[in-house]
Design a protein around this ligand. Structure first.
Ligand SMILES: [Fe+2]
Ligand SMILES: [Fe+2]
Length: 274
């Protein structure tokens, strides 16, 4: 049981610490040359999450659970700090105090939601109270479907307008995920009556199909950007970043599917440490 706690904690931290580190870089790149204070703060967060990432990679499933419990708390505080920084930046942008800076308000809000998700996960792990499965299925899908819908919008807006076909595809994904999000919220408002195995199973299946095709679109975009085959202002690392977040969502959907249908979770440990 404590091995499971250590494994889950390290898995969350390894994934999200890298994500937080990259957010610091993206925010920095969007600031103006004169925003030296904000650039410095972003650099500090980059180093902080890089050191957390290194520490998480050095620990193993055999690390003492008490050590991991302390580490989780330390990381939770770091996630809270970067969340506050992102909200501060959002405020500056929305009050038009950073004219000409290049971070969309929705992107800053988006990365703050991811930080908030991360710190909540760590809080739950340490408190030892995970949500009941039917609630977790709906809540995680509501969270990630919105994240996916945002990604499609960012890609659509950061591609060069002359990439008409790709922009059209990105817009299509944006609409598709907005619809899926509305469906998820409908299921949410109908709970607990909506939490039957057949309905949740179908919900996961339907979401999986769309996430897979968005994941493939992101992979194609990433490869095209890497090869400098398309015109955009998308940083290659951002393309890879949103691809990894789609992979994460797919992994979570599969984990839920296995728990829901009672399949043994033997493969989970190995998946965590691939
Ligand atoms: Fe992200
Ligand atoms: Fe994201």
């Amino acid at each position: 049981m404590s091995n499971e706690f250590v494994a889950r904690s390290l898995d969350e931290i390894r994934f999200w610490a890298r994500i937080m580190k990259e957010h610091s870089l993206f925010l920095k790149l969007g600031f103006r040359a004169e925003d030296t204070q904000l650039i410095q703060e972003a650099n500090q967060f980059y180093r902080l999450f890089e050191s957390i990432e290194n520490k998480a990679n050095a620990y193993t499933v055999d690390t003492d659970p008490q050590t991991i419990r302390q580490f989780n708390e330390e990381v939770r505080q770091a996630a809270t700090m970067i969340w506050a920084f992102k909200r501060k930046v959002l405020g500056l942008i929305l009050r038009c105090e950073l004219p000409g800076a290049n971070n969309f308000p929705l992107l800053v809000d988006h990365v703050s939601r991811e930080a908030n998700y991360f710190r909540n996960r760590l809080g739950e792990l340490n408190a030892g109270r995970l949500e009941p499965l039917p609630d977790a299925i709906i809540d995680e899908n509501v969270f990630f479907l919105r994240i996916m819908a945002d990604h499609a919008k960012f890609i659509g807006h950061l591609l060069d307008p002359s990439e008409r076909k790709l922009v059209e595809q990105a817009n299509h994904f944006s609409e598709e995920f907005d619809k899926l999000l509305f469906q998820a919220r409908d299921l949410e408002s109908m709970r607990p009556q909506s939490q039957t195995v057949p309905l949740l199973d179908q919900f996961l299946d339907q979401n999986r199909v769309s996430v897979k095709s968005l994941r493939d679109f992101k992979k194609t975009a990433r490869d095209l950007i890497d090869a400098c085959k398309i015109k955009s202002i998308i940083h290659p690392l951002l393309a890879d970043h949103v691809f990894r977040e789609a992979e994460r969502f797919l992994f979570i959907i599969d984990m839920f599917e296995n728990s829901l249908t009672g399949k043994p979770m033997a493969s989970r440990q190995s998946l965590l440490f691939d």
